[in-house]
Design a protein around this ligand. Structure first.
Ligand SMILES: [Zn+2]
Ligand SMILES: [Zn+2]
Length: 376
């Protein structure tokens, strides 16, 4: 079938993206679904900070590629070996999908899956197939999802069936932002009631960490960001104290109000300087949960003796250590009960013609989650 999609031909184009246009909106061909694949009509796709990293070229991708790695839509067709999804089912499209056959998958750690990395690096679905092309030339899949398109063919492991009562523009955020932020709190830190928490970087992921910390009974919950509007939103969603990231007395302020530091700092910004702040505001014996992805060649140093004597833990948390089939229904239940008002993170809905401009808004930190409506 022919469809409209956002295709990236080159990484590392200069800003502003509204002028250099990293994504070209054009017609492409989509084949399939193959016998173990699913065709989804994409109803909503979130713009995530990792889309900016992809555009900037921080991690190289097979090009040209259809972007987008968090989305939601409606199943339109299934291959004959697909047993548990049917046309008409509403689904979240998630970037986390393990092969189900490797050691990390057996240990319920699909974010560490050894099986899907190789095909993904090649711009293929995890079954090794490529279903995208243009004028007979190959076009590649992004993270097995490619949600910046009217339709997507993917494998069932990338899809989680959801209740059709959940609005799909909200459901889209569960594919990456929600699982990453909430999972860092529930799965990686395992925050307990009364523990002190700080979150550095209050975008879509950080604000989900704030909401999850509130659900966990954390107190206080300190929100840190350079943007005042995001601090206000964090307050609305559960942060008890807000500290501007540019405040020269940030560290003293947090140590003061927590009587010596927080139990868990969630470093979501991915900035190296924020790692130093995270360490400074975490109490002895506490944990720095590293959520934000820095550049792959950047090093972080830490005093060796302090690592021993202060017993701090630096814990990587990739995609919230998510097990999609287990976690997405749990987080959706929290949303439906009003305990995680994920809908508050939606800054705007956009059409294809605003996609490149929306990258600029995201890059400048002026928005939380913009949702592309490919068929809207
Ligand atoms: Zn993402
Ligand atoms: Zn695996």
């Amino acid at each position: 079938m022919r469809m409209t999609a956002a295709v990236m031909y080159e990484q590392g184009l200069p800003k502003p993206y509204s002028e250099t246009k990293p994504f070209r909106i054009e017609e492409v061909e989509l084949d399939g679904p193959g016998e173990d694949e699913v065709l989804v009509e994409v109803q909503a796709a979130g713009l995530c900070h990792s889309d900016l990293s992809q555009v900037a070229g921080l991690r190289r991708r097979k090009l040209p590629v259809v972007g987008g790695h968090e989305g939601a839509g409606i199943v339109r067709d299934v291959g004959r070996n697909v047993g548990d999804l049917r046309p008409g089912d509403h689904v979240v499209m998630t970037v986390v999908s393990g092969c189900g056959k490797c050691r990390p998958c057996f240990e319920s750690r699909p974010v560490l899956c050894e099986g899907v990395t190789a095909p993904r690096t090649q711009g293929l679905l995890s079954n090794g197939a490529r279903r995208l092309s243009r004028s007979g030339q190959p076009v590649f899949h992004y993270s097995g999802v490619s949600a910046f398109a009217q339709y997507a063919v993917t494998v069932p492991n990338s899809l989680i069936k959801i209740d059709s009562s959940v609005p799909l523009d909200v459901a889209a955020m569960f594919g990456c932002a929600v699982v990453t932020g909430a999972g860092s709190v529930f799965n990686s830190a395992k925050v307990r009631p009364g523990q002190a928490v700080a979150v550095i970087g209050l975008g879509g992921v950080g604000l989900n960490a704030v909401m999850a910390a509130k659900v966990s009974g954390a107190s206080p919950i300190v929100g840190i960001d350079i943007n005042e509007g995001k601090l206000a939103l964090a307050h609305k969603l559960g942060a008890t104290h807000m500290v501007p990231a540019q405040d020269p007395h940030l560290v003293e302020a947090v140590l003061d109000l927590t009587k010596g530091g927080v139990d868990f700092t969630f470093e979501v910004s991915g900035a190296k300087s924020a790692m130093a702040t995270a360490n400074a505001i975490t109490r002895k014996g506490g944990e720095v949960i590293c959520v934000g992805l820095g550049a792959s060649n950047e090093m972080y140093q830490y005093a060796h003796a302090a690592l021993v004597t202060e017993e701090k833990v630096f814990r990587g948390s990739f995609m919230g250590s998510c097990v999609p089939g287990r976690d997405i229904p749990r987080y959706l239940a929290l949303y439906q009960r009003g305990q995680m008002p994920v809908n508050e993170l939606k800054s705007d809905v956009i059409a294809f013609d605003k996609l490149n401009l929306s990258l600029d808004l995201l890059d400048r930190g002026e928005v939380v989650r913009q949702i592309l409506l490919p068929n809207g």
